[in-house]
Ligand binder design. Structure first.
Ligand code: SF4
Length: 369
C-alpha cells in the first residue's frame, strides 16, 4: 500500500477537535517519550505545545547531537530551465505568468558549474520547471552527465519521473531527489494546481517513493506552508517522512519546511506559518523522526536561520539564486521562482555556521568509480 492509504485514513479526521483537546500534560508526556506515536506527534503539533517550546527545543537539540553531531551539510541550487507547462497558482514560473523563459545550453551550464565549484560546495540541487517537451528527460540526462564531472553529489528537483528514469539518472551521477507534495489536502491541491501534469495528485505523492526504489541516496520531501492548514499539513508531511524512512532504510530521508514567499503573480497564501510555529514544527519533527535530515533554505531570513541552527537543522542551502543562469548569466529582468530572504554569500554563511560552533560540511559523499 502506498502513502495514499494514510492520506485517506486522515481525510475525515477531526483535527480541530483533537488539537483543542490536547492538554499541557499530554504535551509534556509526549516530549519525554522514547518512541513517539502518531498521537504524540499530534500533541506536539497542537497549539498547546507552543507553551512548551523550550523543552521541545532542548530535546530536539539533544537528539540532533546524538544522531548527527554538530554538522550542517550545505548545498547550492542551480536552475537550468524555467519553462513550465503547469499552472501552480503560487509559483513565479507558472505557465500562467508571462515571464521571459530561458533554458541553459550545456556550455552555459558548465559556466554556472565552474562558478559554483569555486565556493567549495560539492552538493548541488539541479532544478527545472516542469516542461517535458522543452526541457525533458534527454536534456536532463545531458545536463547531469556534464555536472557530474564537477560535483560528486547531484540532487534533482524537476518533473516527477518513473523509477526507471531515476535509476538511469543514478548511473549518470544523480544521488538525490527533492520533490514537495506542496499540499497534502486533496481538495486544496486541486485548487492550487489548475493545469498540466501536476494536477495528478497521486503521481506526485508516490514520486519520492519511486526515487527511493531507484536506489537514490537522498530523498527530500516537504509541504509548502501557506497553501493548507499548517498543522494538518505538518502532520501529514511528518507521517510521509516516517513512511519513507521505515520502508526505505537505505535512503536518507530529509524534510524541508518551505514557506511561501513573494513571487511573480503575487499569490497571497490563505494560511500563515509564523516563526514561532515554524520552530514548534521543526522540534516536533526532530522528536518524532530523530534520524531524518531537516533542511532550511534561503527562503528564510539570515537571522532566523542562525537562530534555529541548534534546534534540529542538519542541511542548509547557501548562496542561492532562484532564477535560471543566476551565477554566471544573470540579466536584468530575470524572474526568480520565488524571492529569497537570506542573500548572504556562501562564505558568509560558512563563517556564521562556524561562529556558532557547528561544522559546515561542503562534501560528505564521493561515489565509488
Ligand atoms: S511549482 Fe514547479 S511545476 Fe509548479 S509552476 Fe512552479 S516550476 Fe512549474
Amino acid at each position: 500500500m502506498s502513502f495514499l492509504g494514510t492520506v485517506e485514513k486522515y481525510e475525515n479526521f477531526g483535527f480541530d477537535g483533537y488539537f483543542a483537546s490536547v492538554t499541557d500534560d499530554d504535551v509534556k508526556k509526549s516530549i519525554v517519550k522514547e518512541k513517539l506515536t502518531e498521537k504524540d506527534l499530534l500533541n506536539l503539533l497542537s497549539p498547546s505545545a507552543e507553551n512548551h517550546l523550550e523543552r521541545m527545543a532542548k530535546r530536539s537539540h539533544e537528539l540532533t547531537m546524538q544522531y548527527f553531531g554538530g554538522v550542517i551539510s550545505l548545498y547550492i541550487p542551480l536552475y537550468i530551465s524555467n519553462y513550465c507547462s503547469n499552472g501552480c497558482v503560487y509559483c513565479g514560473f507558472s505557465a500562467n505568468n508571462s515571464i521571459p523563459r530561458k533554458k541553459l545550453t550545456l556550455e552555459e551550464i558548465e559556466k554556472e558549474a565552474l562558478i559554483i565549484k569555486k565556493t567549495g560546495i560539492k552538493h548541488i540541487l539541479v532544478l527545472t520547471g516542469e516542461a517535458e517537451s522543452t526541457a525533458g528527460f534527454e536534456y536532463v540526462k545531458e545536463s547531469v552527465g556534464l555536472l557530474s564531472r564537477h560535483f560528486p553529489s547531484i540532487s534533482v528537483e524537476m518533473f516527477p519521473m518513473s523509477t526507471g528514469e531515476y535509476a538511469e539518472l543514478k548511473t549518470l551521477g544523480v544521488d538525490g531527489l527533492t520533490v514537495y507534495q506542496e499540499v497534502y489536502d486533496r481538495e486544496i491541491y486541486k485548487r492550487m494546481h489548475t493545469s498540466g501534469k501536476k494536477t495528478d495528485y497521486l503521481s506526485r505523492l508516490e514520486c519520492p517513493e519511486r526515487g527511493a526504489k531507484a536506489g537514490l541516496r537522498l530523498v527530500n520531501i516537504g509541504a509548502l506552508y501557506g497553501l493548507g492548514d499548517v498543522r494538518k499539513e505538518a502532520f501529514m508531511n511528518a507521517l510521509h517522512a516516517k513512511y519513507l524512512d521505515d520502508k526505505y532504510p537505505d535512503t536518507e530521508i530529509a524534510v524541508s519546511f518551505p514557506r511561501i514567499t513573494h513571487s511573480e503573480g503575487n499569490f497571497k497564501p490563505p494560511h500563515e506559518l509564523s516563526d514561532w510555529t515554524f520552530v514548534q514544527f521543526l522540534t516536533a519533527f526532530r522528536l518524532f523522526l530523530p534520524r531524518v535530515s531537516l533542511n532550511v533554505s534561503t527562503r528564510e531570513k539570515a537571522l532566523f536561520r542562525n537562530n534555529i541552527l541548534p534546534l534540529g537543522i542538519t542541511r542548509m542551502s547557501a548562496g542561492s539564486k532562484t532564477f535560471v543562469g543566476g551565477y554566471a548569466e544573470s540579466e536584468k529582468g530575470d524572474v526568480p521562482q520565488f524571492d529569497i530572504s537570506d542573500g548572504r554569500s556562501t562564505e558568509e554563511i560558512i563563517r556564521s555556521i562556524k561562529e556558532r560552533g557547528y561544522q559546515p560540511v561542503l562534501k560528505d559523499w564521493e561515489p565509488v568509480k
